[in-house]
Design a protein around this ligand. Structure first.
Ligand code: PMP
Length: 443
């Protein structure tokens, strides 16, 4: 398998040649929060795949729902006025639980195309109002919004920009709220004031009549699990309303219990104009994403633009098997997993906090089952690890040897997003194996 992989399978986000040298690690089975590799090694999956297997592996109710749907009706298009029962029911169930009046759900295949779709809907929305000049988009540095070309342009991690002409000139950024190294200081008031001032200045510079929307993640995931101070989301949302620009919450990572509630916006007490989700929606069993939009937006697009303007969609939008899985996931979350995730999340955060005294640990941050520790060379000066893939790769490898899957970001940030079904023993194993890995890194 390693040889075939080297020869034929192109992996995403890898330094291809060094990846080939190291050789692929093949996973063969999984149950709950534990994965098994082809050598028989069992590991606690501290990252739920790619922060997506929120429900955990091997959930019988999900497998049964998918199997039943595969037998009854494996496919139905959303075109030509057709539909399927699970897709309709899932849209209705989601709308009932979404913040405010986000009552309209458009299904995609994942997060990137959900983000892409919002750009399109937003343009339709303004076109329908006779304001097509509102065509400039703003997002936040260290934000991540997908691997499609448009999503990569909204993404504000320069590593994802090299070589293919993004960001586009209509995609702009403001600095992140990143507290640990914020020039404005670490207090909530200073950070919120700095972000408000930055967005205001950016909108002013571009011209308010030209700015369409502002994109945020309730917690920045791929930027290194950067949690904004309490009140940041509310302040930014209010500012967008004041400036007449749309506020888009990208909940691809934070949705479906990752931070505690079904959606992080519920905790932040914020109703966005659009919300994007994926990952935990189907927990990685099958692909699916979604865009939620408010009554006002949907009605404006539907009434104003005419059918021709909304004539695009995906072959696999609202896929019945994905929708059946989504319904089964939702039931699991509400029956037990949200509650278990809240308890496990508190244990995870307390455990990671206890590592703060370790000489390598500069910062510990997170909410619920979404957390990170940031490693530094010198705690006093907050000196980061060298910005290269090498140290992170070594830490990832050591953690693997110790029976733990984590995300080791290139800049020495270790990310945690375990399945919500984690037991106390599994959370304790995550902490203990992290401590062991850090000790070995010091040696
Ligand atoms: N938005 C956010 C916030 C994400 O974290 C991701 C994926 N990590 C995406 C969008 C893209 O989702 P996908 O990989 O499913 O296309």
């Amino acid at each position: 398998l390693i040889e075939l992989d080297r020869a034929h399978l192109v992996h995403p986000v890898a330094s291809y040649r060094s990846h080939e040298k190291a050789g692929v690690r093949v996973l063969t089975s999984a149950k709950g929060a534990t994965v098994t590799d082809a050598t028989g090694r069992q590991l606690v999956d501290g990252f739920a795949g790619l922060w997506c297997v929120n429900a955990g592996y091997g959930q019988e109710s999900i497998i049964e729902a998918a199997t039943r749907q595969l037998q009854e009706l494996p496919y139905a298009t959303g075109y030509f006025g057709l539909g399927s029962e699970p897709a309709i029911r899932l849209a209705a169930e989601l709308a009932e639980r979404a913040p405010g009046d986000l009552n309209h759900v458009y299904f995609t295949l994942g997060g990137s195309d959900a983000v892409d779709s919002t750009i399109r809907f937003i343009r339709y929305y303004y076109n329908a109002q006779g304001r097509p000049q509102k065509d400039q988009f703003i997002s936040v540095e260290q934000g991540y919004h997908g691997s499609s070309v448009v999503g990569a342009g909204l993404t504000a991690l320069p590593a994802f920009h090299a070589g293919f002409g993004v960001p586009y000139d209509w995609q702009h950024k403001i600095p992140s709220h990143y507290a640990y190294r914020n020039p404005a200081g670490e207090t909530s008031e200073a950070i919120i004031a700095a972000s408000v001032a930055a967005l205001r200045a950016k909108v002013e510079a571009l011209g308010q009549e030209r700015v369409a929307a502002f994109y945020v993640e309730p917690i920045q995931g791929s930027g290194g699990v950067l949690v904004p101070p309490k009140g940041w989301m509310k302040a930014m949302r209010a500012l967008c309303a004041e400036l007449d620009i749309l506020f888009i919450a990208d909940e691809v990572i934070t949705g479906f219990g990752r931070t505690g509630p079904l959606f992080a916006c519920l905790d932040d007490d914020v109703v966005p104009d659009f919300m994007t989700v994926a990952k935990g929606l189907t927990s990685g069993y099958v692909p699916m994403g979604a865009v939620f939009m408010s009554d006002r937006i949907y009605d404006t697009i539907a009434d104003g633009a005419g059918a021709a303007a909304v004539g695009h969609g995906y072959t696999y939008s609202a896929h019945p098997v994905s929708a059946a899985v989504g319904l089964a996931c939702l039931k699991l979350y509400e029956d037990s997993l949200l509650e278990n995730g809240r308890k496990a999340g508190a244990r995870l955060m307390a455990g990671l906090e206890s590592l703060k005294s370790h000489p390598l640990v500069g910062d510990v941050r997170g909410r619920g089952m979404l957390a990170a520790i940031e490693l530094v060379v010198d705690k006093e000066r907050k000196t980061p690890l060298p910005a290269s893939a090498e140290p992170s790769r070594k830490i990832f490898d050591r953690a693997w040897e110790n029976g733990l899957v984590i995300r080791a970001f290139y800049n020495g940030v270790l990310g945690y997003a375990p399945p919500l079904c984690c037991t106390d023993a599994e959370i304790d194993a995550i902490i203990e194996r992290t401590a062991r890995t850090l000790d070995q890194t010091l040696e």
